[in-house]
Design a protein around this ligand. Structure first.
Ligand code: NAD
Ligand code: UDP
Length: 310
């Protein structure tokens, strides 16, 4: 049994991690400031004596005795991370510094949730980990992209300078139950709109691509990365390489929900990446990991969740 800290544990991915790590017999401290996370996501865990919920902001120091830290705290949807951009970059940079300090003091292993956004609007396709990216440092997405890039730098510097046991994962678009219906990301927006027979808000002409990973697959990869015995630190891409246009995603969701919704075109937001697909060869080789859940199966589970929720 390990003592595990999960920052952002009440969020979408964090809540799935809390559940999985508790089911595996660990003690879990879930730390969250509830900016985008919700107590609903972890309410069913509160009676477990190995689970502890702490309201705390990662931009402030936190002390506990732990063996592992999953640093997931950070708003992830563009509307949420752009709502208070200064806070977003502080969450990434001060948050990881505080967690690295804690990891150093406890000799804990720390895993940083980085993102495909470190590649920006990528000029190589699919994206491999050795690509340094094409990121606008002064745009509306920069608070998130550059915050996450700086967090990766800090992870590597604490690893080289202080020998902190580090792991970096770059998560590509992930979806599933426990996403906030008002989160603003494409899968949640389209499903909620389709279930309510409202217009589907298509930004741009819908030809931009993304590759969507179901949350249970991602959680498998995250836990494998944390516990890999080769002490492989990454960064490693975790995502589903099955690429599709955003337009195709809308059609699929309208179809699976039997919706009467019509597609309504809206302007493409500034710096919205035009294509994104992970090369997951490294994850396959080092972690023996690849996603298993196909998009229809994953979307049906997610639709079922939102249908109950709204
Ligand atoms: P989410 O918004 O659902 O979860 C983030 C959690 O962090 C929330 O519970 C929120 O309240 C908490 N949080 C935010 N700021 C905080 C702070 N200052 N102190 C403490 N808690 C704070 O998002 P998610 O999709 O679950 O993403 C989790 C992590 O994975 C994030 O770091 C995100 O950048 C990364 N990621 C996610 C995706 C994806 O597709 N879901 C893709 C790439 C990277
Ligand atoms: N998108 C869209 N309609 C929406 C929300 C998003 O067309 O209601 C598009 C968005 O412009 C982007 C893609 O879907 O091209 C994925 O957006 P999301 O915010 O989910 O994630 P990210 O851009 O960070 O990959």
């Amino acid at each position: 049994m390990k003592q595990i800290l999960i920052t952002g544990g009440a969020g979408f991915i964090g809540s799935h991690l809390c559940e999985r790590l508790l089911n595996e017999g660990n003690e879990v401290i879930c730390l969250d400031n509830f900016f985008t996370g919700s107590k609903e996501n972890i309410r069913h865990l509160l009676d477990n004596s190995r689970f502890e919920l702490v309201r705390h902001d990662v931009t402030n120091e936190y002390y506990a005795e732990v063996d592992q830290i999953y640093n997931m705290a950070c708003p992830a949807s563009p509307p949420h991370y752009q709502y208070n951009p200064i806070k977003t970059i502080k969450t990434s940079v001060l948050g990881v510094m505080n967690m690295l300090g804690l990891a150093k003091r406890c000799c804990a292993t720390i895993l940083q949730a980085s993102t495909s956004e470190v590649y920006g609007n990528p000029l190589i396709h699919p994206q491999t980990e050795n690509y340094w990216g094409n990121v606008n440092p002064i745009g509306i997405r920069s608070c998130y992209d550059e915050g996450k890039r700086c967090a990766e730098t800090l992870m590597m510097d604490y690893y080289r300078q202080n020998k902190v046991d580090s792991r970096i994962i770059r998560i590509f678009n992930t979806y599933g139950p426990n996403m906030d219906p008002n989160d603003g990301r494409v899968v949640s927006n389209f499903i909620v709109q389709a279930l309510k027979n409202k217009d589907i808000t298509m930004y741009g002409d819908g030809s931009q691509t993304r590759s969507f990973c179901y949350v249970s697959d991602l959680v498998d990869g995250i836990i494998k990365m944390m516990n890999n015995e080769q002490k492989f630190i990454g960064p490693v891409n975790l995502g589903n390489p099955s690429e599709r246009t955003v337009y195709n995603l809308a059609e699929l969701i309208i179809n699976l929900t039997n919706s009467n919704s019509k597609i309504k075109f809206k302007p493409l937001p500034q710096d919205d990446p035009l294509q994104r697909k992970p090369d997951i060869s490294l994850a396959k080789k080092e972690l023996n990991w690849e996603p298993k859940v196909d998009i229809k199966e994953g979307l049906l589970k997610t639709i079922e969740y939102f249908a109950k929720k709204i």
